[in-house]
Design a protein around this ligand. Structure first.
Ligand SMILES: [Cu+2]
Length: 180
């Protein structure tokens, strides 16, 4: 029967959609810091960092000529002061530093070469749990379902809820075939 074929086709599409959402959810992105400018003096990284929504599992690639710059992950106060004598969480100096964003939190990065941080080689980003509602970094909107200081449990709950939405959608699609 034609109806039965249509139903099977729609169910198949629904399965693909759900799988696609789950796979997309798990995929991580690699972002080259500064895009084509890479990690260099004279670039406004505050602007660059606002262009993307970063999620747990994403990777920041800091590319520069080894020895000319470096990548320090720092605390917020060190980001603001540019004084890297304290508040340094991690140091990278390879010239192609791949930093995986492993936690849903704010990350702060600077170059510690004298004058570079004050000259603009610094930025902060808010990393969210994957598959939470997107909002501009460092500019949360009121009424947002994902506040910036969200704890792990809250983020998990948000992700779980949206997964359930897909399953409910999927579940509803099957009985609706029987009606046809
Ligand atoms: Cu530098």
């Amino acid at each position: 029967m034609e109806d039965s074929k249509l139903c099977r086709y729609l169910s198949f599409c629904m399965i693909l959609t759900v799988l696609g959402l789950l796979v997309n959810d798990a995929a991580s992105e690699v972002y080259t810091v500064g895009d084509s400018d890479e990690w260099n003096s004279g670039v406004n990284y505050g602007v660059w960092s606002q262009k993307y929504n970063f999620s747990v599992g994403d990777v920041l690639a800091f590319k520069y000529i080894k020895g000319q710059h470096n990548t320090y992950e720092v605390t917020e106060s060190t980001f603001r002061s540019c004084d890297t004598s304290t508040g340094v969480l991690a140091k990278h100096t390879s010239g192609n530093d791949q930093v995986t964003l492993t936690e849903a939190k704010k990350y702060w990065f600077v170059c510690s070469v004298s004058g570079h941080c004050l000259g603009g080689m610094r930025f902060g980003i808010t990393v969210k749990e994957s598959n939470t509602t997107e909002s501009p970094p460092l500019a949360p909107q009121s009424g947002s379902p994902a506040p910036p200081q969200i704890n792990d449990n809250g983020a998990q709950a948000t992700r779980g809820l949206s997964r359930w939405d897909y399953l409910i959608l999927f579940g509803v699609s099957i009985p609706s075939c029987l009606v046809w």
